[in-house]
Design a protein around this ligand. Structure first.
Ligand code: SF4
Length: 438
């Protein structure tokens, strides 16, 4: 059911709470060292490694990334990253129990395979083996059989491929042309290299994209057999992401078409055996993220929905974000300044925030709502205001109260983020900086 009024206000994606919009200057290197040194022995910890380079820059992309056009730039970045890995590993000591290492970007495969191997070896040396192996995002353009072999040898268990759309006119409209054969080859090489779980990132809401384009992309993508699919709505915010100015805003689908595209995606993927995970992920029943969702232990972090249970994530690399129960810290975004801070032997944190007890309560409520579709509101200090904000959703049957427990309706996924915003104490009436709610 389409309720445009409930989706009219842009809302955050809530990959953290408070969201990155609340980060401020101030937190720095000493706060990171203190957080690492305070980790209790045996605490599960995951690592995120950011590679801010891509072979070509796509016009829609909101990631912190730049063109991998100079070998010297890449190699000085890798040297700085190796230094950060050593510093952070020394500060953590042997207290953390590393669960998972995720490489994202940008495109980790913009690096030379030899540099990727050096990074993996340095991570192992500094932090020990990850119990749950590696996750790696790749750009299928320029991906090679050699790269797949390297990922297999480094024990990558999950690889995510940027696919977005297979409709060629839409690919041209977003500055990312990649024939389907590129994806087919990457999938074949990765499977042969022993990678268990493959994810495709797909998008709706793209310029010139109609329902038929999306249906064909989903059909062809499903035939390639990914274990997971993330279907994201494109967020057009050129005032924040200047590279999006190359996209023709007049060709973007309107709110109604975006809603129908998201609904088509959910229906088609469900018909093809994918279980809905949160509001924009889908997975085959045997995939670990589907098992986590069924077991009620799905989590949400900066990489989206995840089956990684670690409460602590150490971010490494320019712009990477570290999450601890009491603070969120972000590394310097500018690669030059990032290198300078490391040159002075400092952990390169320059932004972030400290979470209050109330932040942690609201954050837990938002995560529970988005991941489990259920939230206990009894202990929230501003419960009355939250109940009032949720009223328009409850009267339309999108959620229901069971005492102080709120339960989302089965068809409420398109409204989940809008309902999560009811728990967000930082929201301003003017929230145009966020993306569409669907
Ligand atoms: S390849 Fe991925 S990270 Fe790089 S510009 Fe394109 S969308 Fe962004």
């Amino acid at each position: 059911m389409y309720h445009p009024d409930l989706l009219a206000t842009p809302v955050p994606r809530y990959t953290s709470y408070p969201t990155a919009a609340e980060f401020h200057d101030g937190p720095g290197s000493a706060d990171m060292t203190e957080a690492l040194e305070a980790i209790a022995p045996g605490t599960p910890v995951s690592l995120y490694v950011h590679i801010p380079f891509c072979r070509e820059i796509c016009w829609y992309c909101g990631c912190t990334t730049g063109a991998a056009n100079r070998a010297a730039r890449l190699s000085s970045y890798v040297d700085a990253l190796l230094h950060e890995i050593a510093l952070a590993g020394a500060a953590l000591g042997d207290r953390g129990r590393v669960q998972r290492i995720s490489f994202g970007g940008g495109s980790p495969n913009a690096l030379a395979p030899a540099d990727f191997i050096r990074l993996c070896e340095a991570l192992r040396h500094a932090f020990g083996d990850a119990a749950d192996g590696l996750s790696v995002e790749i750009d299928p353009r320029g991906f090679t059989r050699e790269w797949a072999g390297v990922l297999g040898a480094m024990e990558a268990r999950r690889v995510s491929l940027g696919v977005q759309t297979l409709a060629e006119p839409v690919q041209r409209a977003i500055g990312r042309v990649q024939p389907a054969q590129t994806i087919i080859d990457a999938v074949r090489w990765l499977r042969a290299a022993g990678v268990d779980s493959l994810n495709f990132d797909l998008m709706y809401g793209l310029p010139g994209q109609d329902l038929r384009d999306l249906a064909e992309t989903l059909e062809v993508a499903c035939a390639m057999g990914p274990d997971r699919i993330a279907l994201f709505g494109y967020a057009h915010v050129p005032h924040l992401i200047p590279r999006q100015r190359r996209i023709d805003a007049a060709a973007l689908p309107d709110a109604r078409l975006r809603f129908d595209q998201a609904a088509l995606g959910r229906r088609m993927l469900g018909d093809r055996g994918y279980e809905a995970i949160g509001f924009d992920h889908f997975a085959l029943p045997g995939d670990p993220i589907a098992r986590a969702a069924r077991a009620g232990i799905l989590r949400r972090n900066f990489q989206g929905f995840t089956d990684d249970a670690s409460e602590t994530v150490i971010g490494l690399g320019a712009s990477a974000i570290s999450v601890f129960p009491d603070r969120i810290l972000q590394n310097e975004k500018n690669a030059g300044r990032y290198r300078m801070l490391l040159g002075a032997d400092r952990l390169p944190v320059t932004r972030g925030l400290f979470r209050t007890i109330e932040d942690r309560q609201h954050g837990a409520a938002i995560e529970s709502l988005l991941c489990q579709g259920v939230v206990e509101t009894r202990d929230l200090p501003d419960r009355a205001a939250i109940v009032a904000r949720l009223c328009p959703f409850v009267v339309r049957g999108l959620a229901a109260w069971d005492g102080t427990i709120l339960r989302l309706a089965a068809d409420a996924a398109p409204y989940a983020r809008a309902m999560a915003a009811a728990f967000d104490a930082y929201r301003h009436p003017d929230a145009r900086r966020f993306s569409n709610a669907i």
